[in-house]
Each structure stands twice: as structure tokens, then as C-alpha cells.
Design a protein around this ligand. Structure first.
Ligand SMILES: NC(=O)c1ccc[n+]([C@@H]2O[C@H](COP(=O)([O-])OP(=O)(O)OC[C@H]3O[C@@H](n4cnc5c(N)ncnc54)[C@H](O)[C@@H]3O)[C@@H](O)[C@H]2O)c1
Length: 249
């Protein structure tokens, strides 16, 4: 497996003065995103249901922690209010919280199907909705969601519920982009397999990718940074594949 290029790590202040909420911040892509965004000057509201992981990310980034379940609207409403008060407003949201589910369509218990849709799709929607009152007050506000190569090109048997939730995120992204323009840009990143806890036991998938390796979480964070920053000021409703070429391979 070839290795990921090492980013130079030189902060350029691309999010200086921006106040960003990141869900899933206790682990994986959300944590890598929080670290990169802090390096680029953002003040952060870190949301997750895992208090220990949240604390670790907060120590690394100086962000404020909000322990929430993204399917609980009342918890989110409260967290959004407290986050906006603490940071003096919210300019952006990165929806990185999510769960994986593997199981063929015929075998998926209905309760599991609902849970995957509830967390990945409805949770992404609820977080965005709860932060909207603050986003719409800011110039150049942004929401970035995380779909998946399984949503963009759902051709791997055994991922039906997950793929449906991620395909839903792609449609949600485009529908919200139309609805919230011109005040809020809404985009999503569609990663292939990423080296996080979610990929445990499946890291041998490198051959499926044109680049012959899975992604480092920092490579997804870099795409999230681009879409959140002013560099993407004319980008909305887009789905950026960050999947080592899986989508065309
Ligand atoms: N790792 C991959 O291969 C991969 C590939 C494509 C897309 N994604 C997506 O990227 C996102 C981040 O995944 P990751 O790889 O960093 O996984 P991860 O398991 O490392 O992190 C997910 C985080 O989401 C949090 N979370 C889950 N359900 C929650 C809930 N109901 N409320 C609050 N927090 C909750 C978890 O506590 C965890 O901290 C997910 O949406 C995932 O579907 C991951």
C-alpha cells in the first residue's frame, strides 16, 4: 500500500474568525477536521455523544464540548443555543457524525434499518436545522455533510441501509443548497474507505481504489476545509468525491 502524502501542516488562517460546529468530533474524520480547522484559525463547537473522545479533541483544539445525540432534537436545540452564545455566533457546520451498518437487505432487521437512517440522514438534517437560525444571520455561512462512496456509487453488496442513508445525504445536500441559497452554501464530501475506527476489519479494501490505498482522515478534513472556506465561495450543491478514484474505477 502506498502512503498518503504528508500535508505541510503550515496554517494559513483560512478559517480565521470563523465559528464552526463539528459533529462526530470525538473520533476519526470529525476529530481530524477539528484539528485542521483549529490550526486554520476557527473557533469550534465540538458535538458528539462520546464525552471522553470529545474531551480529548477539546484538549487538542481548544474547542467547546457539547455532549449530544444527533437524533435528539431537544438536546441539539439546547447545544446550538449554548454554542452560539459561547462563540458569539455560528458561521459553519460540518456534519461528520455517523454510523456504519453492514448487512444484506434481506437480513437487515427493520429496527436497524431505521436506526441507520435516523442517525445518518435524519441526524444530519436535525443538526443543520438546529443551527440554521444562526447560520442565516452570517455572511457566507456554510454547511458540509459527509456522504460516502456507498451513497455515490452503491455497488457493494451488504451496505444497503448505509448506502440508502448516504444517498439520502446527497439528495438532502442538494435540496438544502437550493432552499438556503444565497445565504448558506451546502455541500457534501463523499469519501471512500478512510482509516478510522469505522473501517476496522475492512482495511484490506485498498485494491478497490485507483490510488491503491484507503484515505487518511486528514485527507477528508482537507476537502471539508476547502468547502467550508472562502476558497469555495462559488460552490454550493456539490458532491466532492474524495475516494481515491473509486467512483470511476
Ligand atoms: N471511515 C470510513 O471509511 C468512511 C467512509 C465514508 C464515509 N464515512 C463517514 O464519515 C463520517 C465520520 O466517520 P468516521 O470514519 O470518522 O467514524 P468514527 O466512528 O471514527 O466517528 C464517528 C463519530 O460519530 C459519533 N456519533 C455516532 N452516532 C452519533 C450520534 N447519534 N450522536 C452523536 N454522535 C454520534 C461517534 O461517537 C463518533 O465519534 C460518518 O458519517 C461516516 O459514515 C466514513
Amino acid at each position: 500500500m502506498t502512503s498518503a502524502p504528508i500535508a505541510d501542516g503550515v496554517p494559513r488562517g483560512r478559517l480565521r474568525g470563523r465559528r464552526i460546529a463539528v459533529t462526530g468530533a470525538a473520533s476519526g474524520i470529525g476529530r481530524a477536521t477539528a484539528r485542521l480547522f483549529a490550526l486554520e484559525g476557527a473557533a469550534l463547537a465540538l458535538l458528539d455523544r462520546d464525552p471522553l473522545g470529545l474531551k480529548k479533541t477539546a484538549q487538542e483544539t481548544g474547542g467547546s464540548c457539547f455532549e449530544v445525540d444527533i437524533t435528539a432534537e431537544d438536546e441539539l436545540t439546547d447545544a446550538a443555543e449554548r454554542a452560539a452564545e459561547e462563540l458569539g455566533g455560528i458561521d459553519g457546520v460540518v456534519n461528520a457524525a455517523g454510523i456504519m451498518f453492514r448487512g444484506r437487505a434481506a437480513d437487515v432487521p427493520a429496527a436497524e434499518w431505521r436506526r441507520v437512517l435516523e442517525v445518518n440522514l435524519t441526524g444530519t438534517y436535525l443538526v443543520t436545522r438546529c443551527f440554521l437560525p444562526w447560520l442565516t444571520r452570517e455572511a457566507a455561512a456554510s454547511v458540509v455533510n459527509i456522504a460516502s462512496a456507498q451513497g455515490l456509487l452503491p455497488n457493494s453488496p451488504g451496505y444497503t441501509a448505509y448506502a440508502a442513508s448516504k444517498g439520502g445525504i446527497i439528495a438532502l445536500t442538494k435540496a438544502l443548497a437550493a432552499e438556503l441559497a444565497p445565504h448558506v452554501r451546502v455541500n457534501c464530501v463523499s469519501p471512500g474507505m478512510v482509516d478510522t475506527a469505522m473501517a476496522d476489519g475492512h482495511r484490506n479494501a485498498a485494491a478497490n481504489y485507483a490510488l491503491k490505498r484507503i484515505a487518511d482522515p486528514s485527507e477528508i478534513a482537507a476537502a471539508l476545509l476547502f468547502l467550508t472556506s472562502a476558497e469555495a465561495s462559488y460552490v454550493t450543491g456539490s458532491v466532492l468525491g474524495v475516494d481515491g478514484g473509486r467512483a470511476f474505477h
